[in-house]
Write a protein that binds this ligand. Structure first.
Ligand code: NDP
Length: 240
């Protein structure tokens, strides 16, 4: 039987590319999403991948949603924590709501999704957790204090869980994408996009499929010795 992979935010953008790539590798894939039913239906119709609606910001909804996925498809052995949002504002203007929404989704969301699958992974002595962080979690970004703090938090969580999971066959890794040509980035005015591209040494935006191929590697049996690592996939824009 093929392994079950659950991708949060797996109906659009990078998450959709991850879900499609994992399906292509023979995994049984479930894609979670928050509220855009139309996009989820189109994604499911186009790919045949099952979609499940709940917010990763809600612990109880995650536990219920994961139980449903496991009842229908089998135990989750690969979890890709990809769901993420931005609520950008300069710090002197940021509201508590903008802070909370981003922390609840981008940081607590990773806890809320990982905690309910962790015991099962320990019991089965196998698991793959792959957290999609961001270049801006590594370097910080003006106007994104909330987002950068959450994404940096994801990297700390990744390294701690890697230590706890290692002797139980669970690997935990992160990917930090740079600017990727998703709808969000392609929607910005061409002039702004050009200025972003001018900061990327390879001279172009990344493709969602390039992040998906990193996930495919980290999910594979070949990556069993790779844990607690961060794959930096940003076209050379920033190194640490
Ligand atoms: P998109 O905005 O294109 O897609 C986001 C996905 O996440 C959608 O499926 C959305 O569901 C889902 N989602 C949002 N909030 C929640 C929630 N509370 N619960 C469950 N699902 C949720 O995002 P991208 O593909 O651009 O980004 C994917 C990840 O990559 C994010 O974590 C982002 O921070 C990170 N990233 C992106 C970069 C980029 O250049 N695009 C660069 C670096 C990192 P719905 O359709 O229902 O809204």
């Amino acid at each position: 039987m093929s392994r079950v992979a659950l991708v949060t935010g797996g109906t659009r953008g990078i998450g959709a590319a991850i879900a499609i790539a994992l399906k292509g590798e023979g995994y049984t894939v479930a894609s979670n999403y928050a509220g855009n039913d139309e996009a989820a239906k189109k994604f499911s119709d186009d790919t045949g991948i099952a979609t499940y609606k709940w917010s990763v910001a809600d612990y109880d909804a995650c536990a219920e949603g994961i139980a449903k996925v496991e009842a229908e498809l089998g135990p989750v052995e690969i979890l890709v924590n990809n769901a993420g949002i931005t609520r950008d504002a300069m710090f002197h203007k940021i509201t508590r709501e903008q802070w909370k929404e981003v922390i609840d989704t981008n940081l607590s969301g990773v806890f809320n999704m990982t905690h309910p699958v962790w015991s099962g992974m320990r019991d089965r002595s196998f698991g793959r957790i792959i957290n999609i962080s961001s270049i801006n979690g590594q370097k910080g970004q003006m106007g994104q204090a909330n987002y950068s703090a959450a994404k940096a938090g994801d990297l700390g969580l990744t390294k701690s869980l890697a230590q706890e999971g290692a002797f139980k066959g669970i690997t935990v890794n992160a990917i930090c994408p740079g600017y990727i040509a998703t709808e969000m980035v392609m929607a910005v005015p061409e002039k702004v996009r050009d200025s972003i591209i001018s900061q990327i040494p390879v001279g172009r935006l990344g493709e969602a499929e390039e992040i998906a191929r990193c996930v495919v590697f980290l999910a594979s049996d070949d990556a069993g010795f790779v844990t607690g690592s961060t794959i930096t996939a940003n076209g050379g824009q920033y190194f640490i």
